[in-house]
Design a protein around this ligand. Structure first.
Ligand code: ADP
Ligand code: MG
Length: 222
């Protein structure tokens, strides 16, 4: 643990970019852009705040073990993460998308489901897929993938995928269509519970600044 200051775990790309305005609201400016820098520990204008850049699905792990005091992770990732010790005080409403079931164009999903057929589902979201299909009483064979799920139905690995969709452009480009909405996804702030007790004077102002920045953004784009 970084005893004197606080460490915030972020992932590159969308989450980093959409977090910048929230950091700015908390008076924090990263000293480098992780897209162009190879550094995994990034300083800020504040000597008591540093950022670490980790894989999106690893954010909860760093925070749970206290290697980071705070982190930002998608609801998709948090739902797949088993373990406790994570306080989730705030929905940041960033990196918004939807978790969907998608199939190849022309595949009669409804008919297959009504016939009670067993459906092969490829996804990296095992928990989400399991509970979605269990809730519908549909029997599935789950195939775990780590990415590029869109490929699976095209090459006969699966009948359906469970994946995140925002514009639908990637599905369209691959001849897939969304057939079911599972949940709305956005990113949340997660905080290590022990850190919150020990470093409240540093952490609480960050939570408060993020909360008011999210409120402001929500008022601008309701
Ligand atoms: P990785 O490739 O490491 O899985 P991504 O950059 O694709 O990470 O996604 C990181 C997070 O961004 C996801 O956990 C999710 O919460 C969010 N996300 C993923 N895809 C989308 C999307 N199409 N639109 C908006 N947010 C998304
Ligand atoms: Mg991705």
């Amino acid at each position: 643990m970084n005893d004197a200051g606080i460490t915030l775990a972020l992932s590159k790309g969308r989450i980093f970019e959409e977090t910048l305005p929230l950091l700015a609201a908390a008076g924090i400016t990263p000293s480098e852009n992780p897209e162009s820098s190879r550094k995994l520990i990034i300083g800020t204008n504040r000597g008591d705040v540093r950022l670490i850049i980790v894989r999106a699905s690893d954010v909860p792990t760093y925070v749970q073990h206290g290697a980071a005091d705070l982190g930002i992770a998608g609801r998709d990732v948090l739902n797949e993460h088993d373990g406790n010790g994570l306080y989730q005080p705030l929905d940041l409403k960033i990196a918004r998308c939807r978790m969907m079931v998608a199939v190849r164009e022309g595949y009669d999903y409804e008919a297959r489901v009504t016939q009670g057929a067993r459906i092969r589902v490829a996804t990296k979201y095992l928990n989400a897929a399991r509970s979605h299909f269990a809730g519908k009483g549909v029997h599935i064979d789950l195939i775990k993938l780590y990415g590029s799920m869109e490929l699976a139905p095209l090459v006969g690995l699966s009948d359906a995928i469970v994946d995140l969709v925002s514009t639908g452009g990637t599905l369209r480009a691959n001849g897939l269509v969304a057939v079911e909405h599972i949940s709305d996804v956005s990113s949340r702030l997660v905080v290590n519970q022990a850190s919150l007790k020990l470093k409240r004077t540093l952490i609480q102002p960050v939570i408060d600044a993020f909360a008011s920045a999210v409120g402001d953004a929500a008022r601008r784009h309701p």
